[in-house]
Design a binder for this molecule. Structure first.
Ligand SMILES: Cc1cc2nc3c(=O)[nH]c(=O)nc-3n(C[C@H](O)[C@H](O)[C@H](O)COP(=O)(O)OP(=O)(O)OC[C@H]3O[C@@H](n4cnc5c(N)ncnc54)[C@H](O)[C@@H]3O)c2cc1C
Length: 338
């Protein structure tokens, strides 16, 4: 009887123990392990069946429903921040699931409009079926943008793993032909070698671009393996997105990072080139560096918080743990406190 009861704990602690050992051995390996676990179905089943995992996820997630997202957005707006709301979900394999995600996002746009909160929407093309058929994702996006355009709401497509970059940019181009650049934007990841060319093309079109470092596991053939190179490229791309050519074409740039060195580089560049503080956005994730968010608002910067909600929180949580393995201690201490 005793051994039966302890088995789930054994299953749970085995991967955890491996992770802790890796933490001491090599942070890069740990990061890779967490990113591998983020897409492993067996690990998702294991983690989501343990209630304490949700308590950790809830540090980064507003809740499960649109009502939770509205409540958190109202609080952020009161603190002088905007939000971009993300209905959690990705890599769907069934067109019915993709349709359900589209309908939820339409309801979300409707709720944002009715509650009159300061928020846009972020979504992933893989939750709209791009891995099943890119045309399905494009059709779902058209449906979402038709509603968004009527009420002048903004929808951004997150950037996912590198195999989806070309398709995402193609879908973005197709949508721009129908709806222009007013209601939709895309994301560029500074860890990819190709991003400088992509940014150049997006600047030429006057697109709305969020710049981030990138959160997926990518091979050295296509992405900088060293953080210092990703950071240097981030600064290079930020200067392009806030630079004279981008201003001329009407680019709307969002610089998404919690890295104070990157934020300082951004605010210094803006100051040195006479770019007003509200001419670009600084974006951060819900639950990360809250004091920094407050500080930037008090200095007059436009700050937008990425707020996820929904029940499909597992891969999102694992990517947040991979970004900062120290969050694992928070995870473990919560486990024992429960
Ligand atoms: C608004 C927004 C949207 C994003 N959209 C995308 C996207 O579409 N595609 C994509 O691939 N990636 C996206 N990301 C994730 C991004 O690529 C990075 O993985 C993530 O932001 C961590 O990198 P960093 O720039 O904060 O710098 P890092 O160098 O990773 O971190 C700098 C410091 O920030 C703090 N920090 C960073 N992450 C965490 C965390 N999880 N928990 C606690 N502290 C932390 C730590 O103090 C750390 O030392 C997005 C990030 C943001 C903020």
């Amino acid at each position: 009887m005793k051994s039966l009861n302890s088995r789930p704990y054994l299953y749970f602690f085995a991967p955890l123990l491996i992770i802790i050992l890796l933490y001491f051995y090599a942070e890069r390996w740990l990061r890779a392990t967490l990113l591998y676990l983020s897409s492993a179905a067996w690990a998702r089943r294991l983690m989501t069946s343990f209630a304490p995992a949700w308590y950790v996820a809830s540090r980064f997630v507003a809740g499960e429903t649109i009502a939770d997202a509205m409540r958190v957005t109202g609080q952020l707006n009161q603190r002088g921040m905007l939000a971009t709301l993300d209905f959690l979900g990705e890599s769907v394999t069934d067109p019915i699931e993709a349709g359900a995600a589209r309908d939820e996002i339409l309801d979300l746009l409707d709720a944002i409009y009715r509650h009159r909160v300061g928020a846009g929407v972020s979504l992933k093309l893989s939750q709209l079926g791009v891995k099943i058929d890119p045309q399905l994702a494009l059709d779902n996006m058209r449906c979402i943008l038709r509603q968004a355009a009527r009420r002048r709401q903004f929808v951004r497509m997150d950037m996912e793993e590198s195999t989806l970059v070309d398709t995402t940019l193609e879908i973005f181009r197709a949508l721009n032909e129908d709806y222009g650049f007013e209601n939709t934007g895309v994301v560029i990841q500074s860890y990819l070698y190709r991003s400088e060319v992509d940014v150049q093309n997006l600047i030429a079109k006057g697109a709305s671009v969020r710049l981030c470092k990138g959160a997926y596991m990518e091979p050295p053939e296509i992405a900088y393996p060293d953080k210092k190179d990703t950071d240097a490229n981030f600064v290079r791309l930020m200067e392009m997105l806030l630079g004279p050519q981008a201003r001329e074409t009407g680019v709307r740039a969002a610089i998404a990072t919690h890295d104070e060195t990157m934020i300082d580089a951004t605010t210094t560049f803006a100051q040195q080139t006479d770019l007003p503080r509200d001419a670009f956005e600084l974006q951060m994730l819900f639950g990360v560096r809250r004091e920094l968010q407050e500080r930037l608002v008090s200095r007059g910067y436009k700050v937008r918080i990425y707020v996820p909600y929904g029940t499909a929180w597992y891969p999102y949580l694992m990517r947040r743990l991979a970004e900062r393995p120290a969050n694992l201690w928070f995870f473990i201490s919560n486990f024992f406190r429960r």
